[in-house]
Design a protein around this ligand. Structure first.
Ligand SMILES: Cc1ncc(COP(=O)(O)O)c(C=O)c1O
Length: 372
């Protein structure tokens, strides 16, 4: 046995994220996919996810694990839970809302795009108006935390009008679930997708769908693929606790551990508190260094923050990124279409002290570049 590898650089990104040592250690096993220990673990993970969403199987909700990245979970819902010959209303204020529309179009679903500026939240009244006008819209999709900027969309308020209109409500809560309270039943959410390597702090390998059982059962015959057929995936898991195709056994073991660590931290509330502390420390420190956030603070969430490039000839993002990386800190490029930004994530196994070290490295980097 060789010595453990030196710790990797902390990841101030939207995922994959820095994970705890114990989450990584949980993967030091080789369980067969049909082993009862693995089947039990999958059941516990599914129940744990429902409990985080404030629901249970007794209330009529199901948690379904889907192999692959977060986008695979989104595509599983879009390709198998949208009725043929009906439209999807995609509420868009960033790249991930656009992605939902793109996936739907690939599967021949007619999409009505309702677009808002990347630094503004969707207007609920506009959604209500479109739903009143067009009875052929069957489903409304929105991104919870639009990771393009870090903006928090008003899922609860949108859910209210979608439920009242009798349409199906689909939420991409990829970068929020586990750290932002989501009340699936009260908010009228029929399908919610998130993934293992975001706020629950597992490792990449699968996404998951939390859904209302009746809404799921209504999708019979709508599946447009084999591997991403959500109803078939659920039926497989229900039949014998096993996956239809090779499961990411190690990632599920890590996730099981990550769920226990989330509970030990005080659940969603505890995690949210730490991420908010990280975010506040970051914004205060960045402002002190002369940076400005892209978003107004009333719509900014604690997950990831977009900062405008400083107005200085000596600043290029590529050099800034490279120098910070050489100092041992990994940040993220921007994704906003209308402004020059970079992003810093405050999720994963990071604490305010880590933010303090990052800020010191940013200050030194700016000085090396002659920007300060
Ligand atoms: C809101 C949102 N949706 C979808 C995705 C895509 O997830 P993945 O890259 O795991 O496919 C991300 C990734 O960051 C995201 O933040």
């Amino acid at each position: 046995m060789t010595d453990p590898a030196p710790p990797d650089k902390p990841l101030f990104t939207p995922g994959p994220l820095t994970t705890s040592r114990s989450v990584k250690e949980a993967m030091l096993r080789d369980l067969g996919s049909r082993d009862s220990a693995f089947v039990d673990t999958v059941r516990q993970v599914r129940d744990g996810l429902l409990s985080l969403a404030g629901v249970s199987t007794d209330d009529g909700y199901e948690a379904i694990l889907v192999q692959g990245a977060g986008t695979f979970g989104l595509e599983a819902v879009i390709s198998s839970a949208l009725p043929p010959k009906k439209k999807l209303l995609a509420v868009i204020n960033g790249a991930y809302g656009e992605r939902i529309a793109t996936i739907a179009e690939v599967h021949d679903v007619e999409v009505v795009k309702l677009c808002f500026a990347e630094n503004t939240t969707p207007e609920v009244g506009e959604i209500e108006r479109l739903l009143d006008e067009d009875p052929t819209i069957a489903t409304v999709a929105v991104v919870h935390c639009e990771t393009t900027t870090g903006i928090m969309n008003p899922v609860h308020a949108i859910g209210r009008v979608v439920s009242a209109s009798g349409r199906t409500f689909f939420v991409d809560s990829m970068s929020a679930f586990g750290a932002i309270d989501v009340d699936v039943a009260t908010w009228g959410i029929d399908f919610l997708v998130s993934s293992a390597n975001k706020c629950i702090e597992g490792v990449p390998g699968f996404s998951f769908v939390i859904c209302r059982r009746e809404a799921l059962l209504a999708t019979k015959g709508w599946g447009r693929t084999v591997s991403l057929d959500l109803l078939a995936q659920w039926k497989g898991l229900e039949a014998n606790g096993q996956f239809r195709f090779t499961p990411p056994t190690h990632a599920i073991l890590a996730f099981h551990q990550a769920l226990q660590e989330l509970n030990a931290e005080g659940g969603v509330e505890g995690r949210s508190t730490r991420y908010r502390e990280n975010h506040v420390a970051l914004v205060q420190g960045m402002r002190a260094l002369g940076f400005q956030e892209y978003l107004p603070s009333d719509v900014q969430g604690p997950i990831i923050t977009s900062f405008l490039y400083p107005d200085h000839d000596a600043f290029t993002f590529e050099e800034f990124y490279e120098r910070l990386n050489n100092r041992g800190f990994v940040i993220y490029p921007g994704k906003v279409t209308q402004a020059n930004c970079f992003r810093i994530g405050t999720i994963g196994r990071l604490y305010p002290d880590d933010i303090g070290r990052l800020l010191a490295a940013i200050e030194a980097t700016l000085s090396d570049m002659g920007v300060r």
